[in-house]
Write a new protein. Structure first.
Length: 400
């Protein structure tokens, strides 16, 4: 038997570590991987097996990331139960093989992590039609402004619009909700539609929807739950793209520094129009629009057929859980390149990212909470031994 973990086994193991970080077994495995020493060749197999038995006997259901996708720990850990017994020596060999002359850096307040950065939170700026700006994270709950027949209310960690008469107003006033890097916010539009804005995003919208359509403009990323109104379709404009819905749940990723605009449908039906091309999405599908020319270096390794010059294409089996992970407080990376991962980290933690040398081309797989300091996120990624990181103020350097 080969006593070394294969690359695929390493990826699967690291993914499970990220999904079950509170497990005693995870603690055992992580300690072996991070603090390997020559004595690790004599790992206590009885301790490993006892930990496995406690995990598997619990059969505790995991909190589903999406409705109807309940997964039990027993099923998730079945591979580990078999592999850990066979690869106990192999894990130790893996640690020694990758350890070289020094131990793997860990998230501490010394060494490469002289500083740490806390995660983002509920932060946003509301710009009213008259130019007045309101910092929402420091504003008190209650009435913020009155615009015609609309009242702008802050409720908890969100923003809500209420009509005082229900008759609408003659002059349309447009407001803009903007989240900074390191911020996210929830908005309830005048028609009752709900929008969640991710970091470094903005939404421009009217205080009252008049006429035969409801139109908003998005920059960045937003998750929408649109109130149904067949007589008044809802449109999301993203510059080069128009998304038309009647009532549905969907996610739009339209950051200006991304090469593709991705519209992912979870419920209902939407029509996406991009550069004269039209796509009708069914639940569980994703429309991919080309926002800028793609290069080989940024090709999607999971969906190579989606790379090309077509202005609009449909992915019939996107990773829905990973797409909306940000709305459930997680990062979920599956075969993602480090450049794409660091873009998400940069936005959420409001840090600058630089690369020392050419980035590795291998894909990374991990599930990590978004409510932890950035050092913990980097620590998970470093477990692959493919990259290391250095934090200097608000700058993170990615080292090969």
């Amino acid at each position: 038997m080969n006593d070394e973990l294969t690359a695929q086994q390493q990826v699967e193991l690291l993914q499970l570590l990220g999904q079950h970080e509170e497990s005693e077994l995870v603690d055992v495995l992580r300690e072996m991987m991070e603090e390997g020493s020559p004595s690790d060749e004599a790992v206590d197999a009885e301790t490993m097996q006892a930990s496995l038995q406690r995990v598997l006997a619990a059969d505790k259901p995991l909190e589903p990331a999406m409705p109807g996708r309940l997964v039990t720990m027993n099923r998730r850990w079945r591979w580990v139960a078999a592999a850990a017994c066979l690869l106990t020596v192999g894990i130790a060999g893996y640690v020694l093989l990758n350890k070289k002359s020094t131990t793997m850096p860990v998230a501490t307040t010394s060494g490469p992590y002289k500083n740490d950065v806390q995660p983002g939170g509920q932060k946003a700026m509301l710009t009213l039609g008259n130019g007045q700006q309101i910092v929402l994270d420091s504003a008190a709950n209650g009435l913020l402004a009155k615009q015609g027949d609309a009242q702008v209310m802050k409720e908890g960690e969100g923003l809500k619009y209420q009509s005082t008469t229900g008759n609408g107003q003659l002059a349309i006033t447009y407001n803009t909700l903007s989240t900074p890097r390191g911020g996210e916010y929830k908005l309830i539009l005048p028609d009752g539609s709900k929008v969640w804005l991710n970091a470094a995003s903005s939404l421009r919208y009217p205080t009252v929807f008049t006429g035969n359509t409801r139109e908003v403009e998005l920059n960045g990323e937003g998750y929408f739950e649109v109130a149904k109104n067949a007589a008044k379709p809802f449109h999301v404009k993203t510059g080069v793209q128009d998304i038309e819905v009647l009532g549905t749940h969907f996610n739009v990723n339209a950051y200006s520094d991304e090469e593709r605009i991705k519209t992912t449908l979870l419920e209902g039906k939407v029509k996406v129009v991009n550069d004269g091309k039209t796509a009708i999405l069914k639940p569980g599908e994703q429309a991919i629009a080309i926002a800028s020319p793609l290069t080989t270096d940024h090709a999607d390794s999971r969906h190579p057929d989606k790379v090309g010059n077509s202005p609009l294409s449909i992915d019939h089996s996107p990773d829905l859980e990973a797409t909306i992970a940000w709305t459930t407080g997680k990062f979920i990376f599956r075969e993602q390149r480090i450049e794409n991962i660091m873009k998400q980290i940069s936005r959420w933690y409001n840090v600058e990212v630089t690369f020392a040398g050419k980035p590795v081309q291998e894909g990374f797989t991990a599930s990590i909470p978004r409510n932890v300091p950035v050092s913990k996120v980097l620590k998970y990624l470093e477990l692959t031994t493919l990259v290391h990181f250095k934090i200097d103020g608000n700058r993170i350097t990615v080292l090969p």
